[in-house]
Design a protein around this ligand. Structure first.
Ligand code: SAM
Length: 228
């Protein structure tokens, strides 16, 4: 499968069954145990990013690009904390949901804009560019291009999360692939941390804070890359 196919499939998925599934996971209604585990793991990743940014003490007025923003799980609290946020997503439906969720809780003093746009076509410069749990949908070569593009928009910092390629996770994934069923979604790609770090360094960044969130069904490595 080539990268163009991956992108088309991902877009269609997040505008159909994927939208329904992830809207529930990224919500507060009732979900099954696996989805609850993923919801809690993802929330830990989001909370960690917010903690890092708040700890810096300059969130007020900071320009942030949230690429692949989903339903706004990160964009909305960042706007509430005073950042000027531009959230975008390849899925029209995800963006519409993000807009509705933002409208329900934000005030005119908060600054967030949402647009349906794939991250490869984004432009502009932001103090911080963030891309959480998106690279999992793309193979290494495509992910490298995406990271380089995001890096070109980041004046100071790029924060990324990805599913790390480790032996244990590769075995788990193989087992999952033996049992294809209705819950099967898009293909999930893991990435070698060394590859991601190399791409970031080639783009002029150095690794800052880092963490790993692992629950039973959610694995996400979070890296902060700072422009040298
Ligand atoms: N970043 C959000 C979060 O952490 O709450 C959403 C994560 S969700 C697993 C992945 C999101 O990436 C989906 O909303 C999907 O539509 C979006 N996405 C996938 N490929 C994309 C691309 N090429 N450009 C922009 N968004 C993309």
């Amino acid at each position: 499968m080539n990268a163009v196919d991956d992108k088309t499939i991902v877009r269609e998925y997040f505008n159909s069954t994927g939208f329904d599934r992830w809207k529930r996971i990224y919500g507060d209604g009732q979900v099954n145990k696996v989805q609850l585990d993923i919801r809690q793991g993802h929330q830990q990743t989001v909370d960690r990013v917010i903690d890092w940014l708040k700890a810096d003490g300059n969130l007020q007025g900071l320009s942030i690009c949230d690429a692949g923003c989903g339903v706004g799980s990160l964009s909305i609290p960042l706007a509430q904390a005073g950042a000027i946020v531009y959230g975008s997503d390849i899925s029209q439906k995800m963006v519409h949901e993000a807009y509705q969720r933002a409208s329900a809780v934000l005030t005119p003093n908060n600054h967030v804009n949402f647009a349906a746009q794939d991250l490869e076509s984004l432009s502009g410069r932001y103090h911080t560019v963030i891309c959480l749990d998106v690279l999992i949908h793309y193979p290494q070569e495509k992910a490298a291009d995406m990271i380089s593009h995001l890096a070109s928009m980041a004046e100071d910092r790029l924060i990324l999360s990805f599913a790390p390629k480790t032996l244990a996770l590769s075995v788990l994934k193989k087992i999952g692939e033996l049992f294809p069923g209705p819950s099967k979604t898009t293909r999930a790609y893991q990435h070698r941390e060394a590859d991601i770090v190399r791409i970031l360094e080639q783009n002029g960044f150095t690794i800052g804070r880092q963490t790993m969130t692992s629950t039973r069904f959610y694995y996400s490595r979070l890296l902060e890359a700072i422009r040298r």
